[in-house]
Design a protein around this ligand. Structure first.
Ligand code: ADP
Ligand code: MG
Ligand code: ZN
Length: 488
């Protein structure tokens, strides 16, 4: 006791320990143990059957696709896939869970002992993945204030979930935030979920404790729920760490409990303390036989895993010579990185393509809030546009306008350039007609140039450009003007 008191001296420095539990809804066509549609947004209680309603005598059957997705997630998180798999009942009563238990996995989850590498600041850190297990989601209670009651919607009951649990390896709210972003991106690449936190298809509970710097024993943790964005996970953790520090520094003790984050007020509120904690009385579900997994199945899934974002990032930097920034922006979305590579196949100047992608194209995607594949421009069409600019057929500025037109109409760059007569005029004779007019109109400027102030030529280039309706090739103009004046 004396040692403990000394440990929690006021001047003590504390360090933070965080572990995260992420629930991911899998996008299988049907639910995990029945053939009801796994669909978001249907009318209440339309995607239900005796199995997911928990009617007596109804028997669950494991959805094969959910298992495959679970294995995929496990492999992407560098985990071991258990060869023996079992489902267990987690017993608790709540109105949105009609069976009185949730089918989950207790001691033989689909995957365990994995890790995810995250970049935090400039450092790379390995975050241990304790386990990833399959389970079913609960239904939803809709609180109807006007009716002074709650209505139950069982559509979500039995939706397949995979829960991904980390080791207590995260040391700050920022690291938790970085982990969540890396995890989400990795999961998105697997196409097993839409990973949309707003729709609730990705949810995160955060466990946090503090301990004196340099000590090894974990402090008492609290568990935070109800955060609806990664940013609020970070803010909730910051709040909770400050609270732990204050309680402990003033000689108090942290009570192990589950807290709800109130985003509006920016505070955590007790949901249930450990005394009220459930004893879930896990036991094997007798309706679902344990089974073994053939390593050949695991190998074939492994062989079909897509290139994951971290590997793609490295390849983009090394193979295409992109900056870290460009590579990161492009890799942040699988479809965008595919679009980029398809465009580079057509026009090999990768850095130029990256510039157009991270600039004008992504601006469009973000403004319209659409998937890049919905744009009216193909990677090949973009490549041709960039080529026209780089070969001097049109100026960079005109290129931007052509792109806008392409995005609005779906026409090809060449067609727009021809139709609107946008091709740059590089033809000497045509340009000289304009130049001679400009020279005649600006004798003062010509004098300045002749008396040794060549920078004044810029003004003449600008005037000639205007006269040409923006179509003159500016480099050519500059050359011709300089030559004309020095020969005069
Ligand atoms: P519970 O039984 O309360 O769910 P678990 O041991 O399953 O607790 O851990 C749940 C999560 O909490 C894991 O991510 C784990 O890393 C994390 N965790 C466990 N103990 C602590 C602690 N003392 N401080 C911070 N996180 C912790
Ligand atoms: Mg838990
Ligand atoms: Zn059903």
């Amino acid at each position: 006791v004396a040692y403990k008191e000394a440990e929690f001296n006021m001047s003590q420095q504390f360090e933070t320990v965080i572990g995260l539990e992420v629930h991911l809804q899998l996008n299988t066509k049907t639910k995990i143990f029945c053939s009801c549609a796994n669909e978001f947004g249907s009318l209440p209680n339309t995607n239900v059957c005796p199995v997911c309603l928990g009617l007596p005598g109804a028997l669950p059957v494991l959805n094969h696709q959910a298992l495959l997705s679970g294995i995929k997630v496990g492999l992407a998180l560098n985990s071991q896939i258990n060869s023996f798999i079992k489902f267990d009942r987690k017993n608790y009563y709540y109105p949105d869970s009609p069976k009185g238990y949730q089918i989950s996995q207790y001691d033989f989850p689909v995957a365990h002992k994995g890790f995810l590498l995250i970049k935090t600041g400039t450092q790379e850190k390995r975050i241990g993945i304790t386990r990833a297990h399959l389970e079913e989601d609960a239904g939803k209670l809709n609180h109807e204030n006007a009716l002074n009651c709650s209505l139950v919607d069982f559509n979500r009951t039995g939706t397949p979930l995979i829960e991904i649990v980390t080791e207590p390896d995260l040391s700050s709210p920022q690291e938790a935030y970085d982990y969540l972003n890396t995890l989400k991106l990795t999961l998105e690449y697997l196409c097993v979920s839409d990973c949309d936190m707003e729709k609730g298809s990705l949810r995160c509970d955060a466990n946090v404790s503090i301990r004196p710097v340099g000590t090894k024993t974990l402090g008492t943790k609290t568990e935070l729920k109800n955060m609806n964005s990664f940013r609020s996970v970070k803010v909730a953790l910051e709040y909770e760490i400050a609270r732990h520090t204050q309680v402990i520094s003033s000689g108090g003790k942290i009570v192990q409990e589950t807290l709800l984050w109130n985003d509006e007020k920016g505070v955590t509120v007790t949901m249930r303390s450990k005394e009220q904690a459930h004893d879930y009385r896990y036991f094997p579900d007798p309706d679902l036989v344990p089974f073994t997994i053939d390593y050949k199945l695991v190998d074939s899934i492994k062989a079909e895993l897509p290139e994951l974002p971290q590997a793609k990032f490295i390849r983009f930097v090394q193979v295409y010579g992109l900056s870290d920034y460009d590579a990161q922006v492009l890799v942040a979305n699988q479809a965008i990185s595919d679009f980029f590579e398809a465009a580079v196949k057509e026009y090999a100047q990768a850095k130029k393509v990256a510039n157009w992608m991270t600039g004008a194209i992504l601006k469009e995607v973000n403004e319209r809030k659409i998937d890049i594949r919905e744009l009216k421009i193909t990677p090949q069409a973009l490549a041709q546009l960039i080529k026209s600019v780089e070969e001097g057929v049109i100026s960079n500025l005109v290129g931007k306008d052509v792109l806008t037109e392409m995005l609005n109409t779906g026409k090809l760059a060449d067609a727009i350039i021809n139709e609107k007569g946008l091709a740059q005029v590089s033809d000497d004779a045509a340009l000289l007609v304009i130049i001679d007019e400009i020279i005649a109109q600006n004798p003062g400027v010509v004098e300045q140039i002749k008396s040794g102030k060549p920078s004044a030529a810029g003004f003449l280039v600008g005037q000639a450009m205007k006269k040409s309706g923006g179509k003159a090739n500016p480099k050519k103009l500059n050359e011709l003007i300089t030559r004309r004046i020095s020969n005069a």
